[in-house]
Design a protein around this ligand. Structure first.
Ligand code: DAH
Length: 351
């Protein structure tokens, strides 16, 4: 029986629950100690057998109890240690992170918002999923206008009543319907058209502008856009021309081109004899004012729509629009902006 004592001693000294389980197998396994002891009974004299087997049973019970206690105790402390080890200290600084960059489109939206807020424009928003009414009808677009064509517009329902807005102009009507004049707002956002090449993507960005008040003229529009373009390109002199155009929601309508030249493969803004179209604008059509519950005998004003992605390409020398939306980390790292450098007019927009 001294073997039992030996195992008791081993159990007391065990340092891990794993060790205890090994001992359990040594004692209770098929060829373990207990079974061997029971086997020996057969060779004992008849009169001793009962006594010895009851002794073995007692020891068996005692060892089972000891093993279970030792296993439970060790397992408990092992779990506690593991929990302690695995606790995350959320206050520790991150060791392996990359500083993100601001996408050029977001940067340009911030820059433009900063420029217009300086002269009293506030920011409005409208939904990307629009109704046919706000996107076209309320903006005085005739039923048969080519822009409504299935090929340009992403319709959401077969009845063509909801669609992905093709421009930010519906925000004009939404803004006027929910407030009272005067209005002086810009509305940046995503716009969608079925188009894709080097200068067109199915999703792109526009910024709408609207200024409605008494006695607003085309002169105010010119002054406003002249100020904007100079501030945006961070140049003192700008060559700019208003070219007569047509939009259903403005009368008269114009497109604005800015003068540039190419030097060493780069665009130089404000000089030269080449022209690049950057926005559409005009005096808000009386029908649009009527649809927006504004008395066009009392109030009038101008609106403009700027292609944000195009401006970003021009200002930051990016030559393929599609690269804006490819989510290439290397591209973003190169063309992106420092997240802490929020553009402001007085501190500089892009420096
Ligand atoms: N919505 C026009 C477009 O997407 C751009 C535009 C032109 C907006 C003239 C205006 C405007 O507000 O007055 O092409």
């Amino acid at each position: 029986m001294s073997d039992f004592e030996k195992f008791k001693d081993k159990l007391i000294k065990a340092k891990s629950s794993q060790e205890v389980e090994t001992i359990r197998a040594e004692i209770f396994g098929k060829n373990g100690l207990i079974n061997l002891e029971f086997k020996k009974i057969g060779s004992l004299p008849q009169e001793d057998r009962k006594k010895v087997s009851s002794e073995i049973n007692n020891i068996k019970q005692e060892l089972t109890k000891l093993i279970n206690e030792a296993a439970a105790k060790l397992l408990d402390s092992e779990i506690n240690k593991q929990v302690e080890r695995e606790i995350d200290d959320v206050t520790l600084p991150e060791k392996d992170f990359k500083i993100g960059k601001i996408h050029p489109v977001s940067q340009v939206i911030d820059e433009i918002s900063s420029i217009f807020s300086e002269i009293g424009f506030s920011v409005e928003e409208g939904p990307d999923i629009e109704t046919e009414y706000y996107n076209f009808t309320a903006l005085n677009t005739p039923e048969n206008h080519p822009a409504k064509d299935m090929h340009d517009t992403f319709y959401i329902e077969e009845n063509m009543k909801t669609l992905l807005r093709t421009h930010t102009s519906p925000v004009q009507v939404r803004t006027m319907l929910k407030g009272k004049p005067p209005f002086k707002i810009i509305a940046p956002g995503r716009t969608y058209r079925s188009d894709s090449d080097q200068t067109h993507t199915p999703m792109f960005h526009q910024l709408e502008g609207l200024h409605i008040d008494k006695n607003i003229t085309m002169g105010h529009l010119k002054g406003c856009l002249n100020y904007f373009v100079k501030e945006f390109f961070e140049v003192d002199k700008i060559k700019m021309r208003f070219r007569p155009s047509h939009f259903p929601f403005t009368e008269p309508s114009a497109e604005v081109d800015i003068g540039y030249r190419i030097e060493n493969n780069k665009i130089v803004i404000g000089e030269g004899d080449k022209w690049l179209e950057i926005l559409g604008c005009g005096m808000v059509h009386p029908n649009v004012l009527k649809n927006s519950k504004i008395d066009s005998n009392k109030y009038q004003g101008f609106a403009f729509g700027i292609g944000i992605d195009r401006l970003a390409m021009l200002k930051y020398g990016i030559n393929d629009l599609r690269s804006f939306f490819e989510c290439d980390y290397r591209w973003l790292n190169y063309y992106g902006f420092d997240p802490l450098d929020v553009p402001t007019n007085y501190r500089g927009l892009s420096k």
